[in-house]
Design a protein around this ligand. Sequence first.
Ligand SMILES: O=C(CO)[C@@H](O)[C@H](O)COP(=O)(O)O
Ligand SMILES: [Fe+2]
Length: 224
Amino acid sequence: MAKPVIAPSILSADFARLGEEVDNVLAAGADWVHFDVMDNHYVPNLTIGPMVCEALRKHGVTAPIDVHLMIQPVDRIIPDFAQAGATTISFHPEASEHPHRTIQSIRDAGCKPGLVFNPGTALNHLDWLINEVDLVLLMSVNPGFGGQKFIPATLDKLREARKRIDASGRDIRLEVDGGIKADNIGSVAAAGADTFVAGSAIFGADDYGQVIAGMREEIEQARS
Ligand SMILES: O=C(CO)[C@@H](O)[C@H](O)COP(=O)(O)O
Ligand SMILES: [Fe+2]
């Protein structure tokens, strides 16, 4: 099993102090920075774009930046995010006219491509694309907002995605996003996730390090 990755979603950070918040959460033990991009079109909310990603890099952030695109159209912003310092770029396949082409353009831009599946979206896109991606992200809430409740059916879907990833024989991360807390992260890890996004559970706490350490313990316990 791949080393667990904890990726705090900066959607729940204090945007007025974003650089400091990211520094603090990385110092507290986070592995990646999860960067939610919303366009008030594909999802009913509006957040941040490549300029903010670039600002974090200029601020000195060297950790992987995990860009989660909730936008339509997808393609035209990819080079901008790559230039801004994105590490992974994941998108929702139904938001792209040609998901295979979108994946190739993410790779051509020098980033790792990922596919994101909403709670109501079947995994069928993996049938022909699993060999092209480095990351599969299952949403455990409907996209658009932080602080929502985890949808339990995600556990079965994670098991299905884990089977498909293992059968592919490729090194693909299985990420879960939405409503992840210390009290459900163990079951999510047991179902096969190795990469864990958490926004409100981390940034809503006084002690980020304590939450992250607690999450790691639950993951280790679920794996042993
Ligand atoms: O992509 C999204 C929401 O659309 C997420 O990344 C959320 O920002 C996670 O926040 P919590 O559910 O952990 O508060
Ligand atoms: Fe996200």
